[in-house]
Design a protein around this ligand. Sequence first.
Ligand SMILES: Nc1ncnc2c1ncn2[C@@H]1O[C@H](COP(=O)(O)OP(=O)(O)O)[C@@H](O)[C@H]1O
Ligand SMILES: N[C@@H](CC(=O)OP(=O)(O)O)C(=O)O
Length: 559
Amino acid sequence: MAALLRVSGVKKPYSAIPKRASCPRPVWSHPRLIFSVSVAPVYGLRTSLKGSCRAPYLRISCEAGKVGIRHGAESQGSEEIANELTHVMKFGGSSVASADRMREVANLILRFREERPVIVLSAMGKTTNKLLIAGEKAVCCGVSYVSDLEELAFVKDLHLRTVDELGVERSTISKHLFELEQLLNGIAMMKELTPRTKDYLASFGECMATRIFAAYLNKIGVKARQYDAFDIGFITTDEFTNADILEATYPAVAKRLHGDWINDPAIPIVTGFLGKGWRTSAVTTLGRGGSDLTATTIGKALGLEEIQVWKDVDGVLTCDPNIYPRAEPVPYLTFDEAAELAYFGSQVLHPQSMRPAREGDIPVRVKNSYNPKAPGTLITRVRDMSQAVLTSIVLKRNVTMLDIVSTRMLGQFGFLAKVFSIFEELEISVDVVATSEVSISLTLDPSKLWSRELIQQELDHVVEELEKIAVVNLLQHRSIISLIGNVQRSSLILEKAFHVLRTNGVNVQMISQGASKVNISLIVNDSEAEQCVRALHTAFFESDISELVSGPKSGNGSI
Ligand SMILES: Nc1ncnc2c1ncn2[C@@H]1O[C@H](COP(=O)(O)OP(=O)(O)O)[C@@H](O)[C@H]1O
Ligand SMILES: N[C@@H](CC(=O)OP(=O)(O)O)C(=O)O
């Protein structure tokens, strides 16, 4: 009999748990939702409730543990629970940009030792950018000039200086530095840099950072083990430079990390950003900023208690601090708000990173590695929105807008379908849409693959196709200002936003309120956008809007 008990969502009474049951095979489903009472040797599950705590999925273990303890298995069961991995901590490039920063991060990890974290690291500082620029330059510089490339020198110098300063053997990374130069020589020889090669090239950053860091932890007596994500089950699509994580990743990663941890506990240090294409078996990358996605994927795979994403800012802020330095941390967000914010261009989180966290219902905490005391931002499935108005303002620049007015199909059905089928055929993704019976206004993602600009030729082609059924007006250099917040208060948000924009003499060219109920998008000219964001920020976050909100004082709410 397969004995499964859903322990999250609807809590079943303890009596509902079968006292003895057998399970024909290891249980794999959503790690936190299913609790196996019985044998699954491959994951190290025990045969009965007594001590049935060694599942790779910690949240189950905790729930199971409560049961186990009540069953009288205190000593063994509870101890095993206490020894599981419970957190994932991701440190971005800014957090590990130098030897000093690596020391700081090591200290931080030691403070979280009780949580037995899995660590995900990005490449040091700006290494990824430097590697990609070196690749571009190698295409045309000729083999004999590769060793003179300043970006290669920068990467070599940064990593060698870091190992020296940390007192780690140079041999930790010497093979990688040698292969990196070989690869650039190959690019120079072929005069070609394919997306596949780009991903392989970029992977050197994460591979070296994790090796250095793991070696340093071991040197200071903290047992750590380095992992390349592409070797431990991160299976992705073969869409180089923007690969997507495939389902098979979750059980594979859980099995490997958990198995190693159980056999020989050592803090896992995993490369962010990287995967392995399922058809090609080549190294892939998850799109820029993809280490956030690595972290949330591990969180879901292991059913961890918390995913921490450590950055160089005090959490998700009310707007991009580069646009407006007075931006403030947002204490609470929902997964939906965070996903919308990331998708609409906020650099702080990878656009896909909320998906695994939401699916696993695992809280994500965004923290500042330069200021660990700051509370950061807690992202959860739901939060109290009763007092929330606006959460954050996001700007996406350099957007192309299309105004499409039906000609022949005036008043006929199928117009929208026809328009969108053209975009589908041309594989162009659309961001914001506003429609009437005979016209559509929409914006096109400026970097539909994050890495690639929509080139003019492509745009001409879209217009040419659309002109077969409509009059098309192509408007470039536009920006999307996304107002992320409580769209239950959309009238208040719009009233205030339009007042601000009118006062600043700005004409909104398109407006869209998504069904997701967390986002209102306004399209304005690029040249006016930053000024708008600053003015909106002042109006919503630096002045008292409580008199406009019914009930007690407005704010970001709580969870
Ligand atoms: N709304 C926002 N909240 C916080 N940071 C933002 C926001 N919009 C843009 N940023 C930028 O994102 C940066 C953090 O993201 P990122 O550089 O990817 O961090 P890391 O490399 O540490 O993972 C911040 O330094 C900040 O400049
Ligand atoms: N190093 C990769 C992946 C990444 O996530 O970086 P960061 O965490 O520093 O944004 C990049 O620069 O895109």
